[in-house]
Design a binder for this molecule. Structure first.
Ligand SMILES: Nc1nc2c(ncn2[C@@H]2O[C@H](COP(=O)(O)OP(=O)(O)OP(=O)(O)O)[C@@H](O)[C@H]2O)c(=O)[nH]1
Ligand SMILES: [Mg+2]
Length: 476
């Protein structure tokens, strides 16, 4: 009797337990479905960051839409917007409406976006004029403030202080594949510090003395034991090969830039004035600054993130991956395996990374091929120049590593530019000669035809006359 009661009680208790567990489960599911809270509680300490101007609002909305659709609508990471001028109400409202996480808007302090007192502003402005037509943004002051800010200050902004990881997103970029996992979690769990999608050679004309400054810095401070110098130089740091990660895309650990090493490094570079007198990009500065203090395994190539920042696209050649992630990019335009200014194979070689599945499967019709988006003139010129260096490097006639200190660099450059001009003129002349030759041939053919026709006429007239003569003779 007692036993039966106990069994009944246990049964009703276990039923009750089942009911309670079911209710908890249903509530949890509902909460997750309606507010995304469960996902939120698992988020990393990370943020998406965009530096932008008010007038770039619509190009930026395209970037946001793309990243939200492919990634952030699943994770709802916060988004920080930075500007050296106050953001307009329109900018704030429209971006807030599109971001699924919290948005924050920061004003950049004047000292992070102006000439420091040790810069000779007259000299700098003279350099801008001289460099105006030498390379893209050569004449622009604001571009230099931007590069300097991205190199040494963005991570010091108040709004970024609470975070550990960031994803840098620019206006006018596109994400082509679904990203179904938390990239920040991936970074933490795999002990990665710097994630990228594109690696390429820099236009050496923009950084003539950067490596000299780096070497000076290293001679005073020493090279940290953990480093990835092999990526930057093939002769243990004597020369810089100009390889760098394209920093308009970065998923990285802010602690790289917060380190004492980087603080000293940036300050040293900044003192030389190279951000203004030359046009040092934040991409080579970040790459060098990171590679001097992190080992190869801290860098991660996000081959699964289809990405484009005109004129370059990264699109995996792995068919399975592309289909799995519903990528909409054209793998033929994948920059990394196909373009002569790509430095990805070098990265893979020195980081002992295996080539990704399908690497270089889609080949462009010619080396370098046509970019997906037409490039502006100066970019095309820079790329042509780099192609020349690349080809010479391949054939062993020039040491690209030595380009920074090469005293013949300017001469080489002028020679190349003269060659380009000569080639264009030769092509023009050949085209003209070809057209003239074709015209002459046509005239000749017409003349011959005419002569033939006249000859035929004469023959016919002669035959007719003869026939008439014969007829006359027969009649007589
Ligand atoms: N607030 C602000 N942002 C800027 C300024 N100049 C550039 N930026 C931002 O800085 C980042 C890099 O500038 P970009 O003009 O894209 O430079 P780039 O990527 O080297 O070259 P393109 O994209 O080809 O123009 C982008 O996020 C821009 O929106 C500026 O004067 N003020
Ligand atoms: Mg850009």
């Amino acid at each position: 009797m007692v036993r039966a009661k106990i069994v009944a009680l246990l049964r009703s208790r276990s039923r009750l337990l089942v009911v309670v567990a079911l209710a908890v489960f249903l509530v949890a599911i509902t909460l997750q479905g309606t507010s995304g809270k469960e996902v939120l509680s698992e988020r990393e300490n990370a943020v998406i960051v965009s530096l932008a101007r008010n007038e770039e609002l619509h190009a930026l909305l395209e970037s946001i839409q793309s990243l939200e659709d492919r990634f952030n609508n699943k994770f709802h990471y916060d988004w920080i917007f930075l500007n050296e001028k106050p953001f307009s109400e329109d900018f704030i409202n429209e971006t807030t409406a599109m971001v699924s996480g919290k948005t924050q808007y920061g004003l950049i302090p004047l000292e992070h976006w102006s000439f420091p007192d040790y810069i000779d502003t007259e000299k700098a402005k003279k350099r801008f004029t001289e460099l105006e037509n030498v390379y893209k943004y050569g004449g622009q002051e604001s571009y230099r403030h931007m590069c300097r800010f991205n190199s040494g200050f963005f991570y010091k902004h108040e709004l970024l202080k609470p975070y550990k990881y960031y994803w840098r997103v620019e206006p006018g970029v596109k994400f082509y594949c679904d990203i179904n996992y938390d990239v920040f979690k991936f970074m933490r769990e795999n002990n990665k510090a710097y994630g990228f999608t594109v690696a390429l050679f820099e236009n050496p004309k923009t950084i003539p003395s950067l490596w000299l400054a780096v070497r000076d810095f290293l001679s005073i401070n020493g090279l940290p034991t953990e480093n990835f110098m092999e990526f930057l130089s093939s002769n243990k740091g004597t020369d810089y090969n100009t390889c760098h990660f394209w920093s308009n895309f970065e998923i990285a650990d802010l602690d790289i830039w917060r380190s004492e090493f980087y603080e000293n490094f940036f300050n040293f570079l900044d003192r030389t004035g190279g951000f203004f007198y030359e046009r040092w990009g934040d991409a080579p500065v970040h790459t060098i600054g990171a590679a001097l203090q992190l080992s190869a395994d801290k860098f991660h190539f996000f081959e699964d993130i289809g990405y484009s920042h005109p004129p370059i696209t990264a699109c995996t050649n792995n068919d399975v991956l592309r289909k799995k992630n519903k990528c909409s990019c054209n793998p033929m335009f994948d920059f990394n395996p196909n373009y002569y200014v790509s430095c990805m194979e070098h990265f893979m070689e020195v980081s002992r990374m295996e080539y990704p599945e399908g690497w270089g499967h889609f080949v462009l019709p010619t080396l370098g091929g046509e970019p997906e988006t037409p490039m502006i003139e100066s970019q095309t010129e820079s790329l042509k120049y780099l192609q020349k260096l690349f080809e010479q490097k391949k054939s062993g006639t020039i040491k690209i590593d030595g380009v920074i200190e090469d005293p013949g660099f300017q001469e080489e450059l002028q020679k190349f530019e003269a060659e380009l001009k000569e080639k264009a003129e030769k092509e023009k002349k050949e085209k003209k000669e070809e057209a003239e030759r074709k015209k002459a041939e046509k005239e000749e053919a017409e003349k011959a035809k005419k002569a033939e026709r006249e000859n035929d006429e004469r023959e016919r007239a002669k035959a007719e006359a003869e026939a008439a003569e014969k007829k006359k003779d027969e009649a007589q």
